[in-house]
Write a protein that binds this ligand. Structure first.
Ligand SMILES: [Fe+2]
Length: 204
């Protein structure tokens, strides 16, 4: 079983970091190390023993990688990000790349719109989707409209509703929600009409 710990690291703007681990193999990944790094350190302590495998970056905006250097000092793992991400990383991710993790894999989904280096991470058992600043609960990130609309319709909407959406900031009515509900409730994801989508963006 894959476990996800949503970490309220606060950061610049109610940021979330995440600890993901496989209960059997103990493979572990940290997503977007940022904010109050002591919260991440505590979560790692609580979940011991763990085998550090990846630090996964959703995009290179400072508030998502502000803790990278500190976290590397106690979580010695390969850092993975899109090639255009300015944060130091050793794995250059490609769209639909599969990263082995425990008995499953983590699928990389290229998701431009909020930033040109945006990626999503999907657990291959369709239990979790990490969306950074692309998809928030109830809204989406500031974006180039056409690129973001394409990401919403062509990358995110087709995914299984069972995935829990774990985003980069605590902006919604709830901290996480499954994608099936989000497809229904989130106006930026629900619409297949670009003009409606663009209208919604004015509310951000
Ligand atoms: Fe961002």
């Amino acid at each position: 079983m894959i476990k996800v710990k949503q970490l309220n690291v606060r950061g610049l703007d109610y940021n979330f970091s995440y600890l993901v681990f496989d209960e059997v193999s103990r493979d572990a990944a940290i997503i977007d190390p940022c904010g109050d790094v002591s919260v991440i350190r505590k979560a790692l302590e609580d979940a011991k023993p763990l085998s550090p495998k990846y630090i996964l970056i959703t995009h290179g905006h400072h508030d998502h990688v502000s803790g990278l250097k500190d976290v590397l000092s106690f979580f010695d793992a390969a850092v993975a990000a899109h090639p255009e991400c300015a944060a130091g990383h050793s794995i250059n991710l490609a769209d639909r790349q599969q990263l082995s993790f425990g008995g499953i894999f983590i699928e990389v989904l290229y998701a431009p719109g909020h930033s040109p280096d945006g990626v999503l991470y999907r657990m291959s058992d369709d239990s979790a989707l990490f969306t950074g600043d692309t998809l928030f609960i109830d809204c989406c990130g500031y974006c180039l409209p056409r690129a973001m609309f394409n990401t919403m319709r062509n990358v995110i909407f087709p995914l299984a509703g069972s995935n829990i959406v774990y985003s980069g900031h605590d902006y919604g009515a709830v901290p996480f929600r499954n994608l099936g509900e989000e497809k229904r409730l989130n106006p930026y994801l629900a619409t297949d009409d670009f003009d409606k989508f663009r209208e919604e963006l004015k509310k951000l």
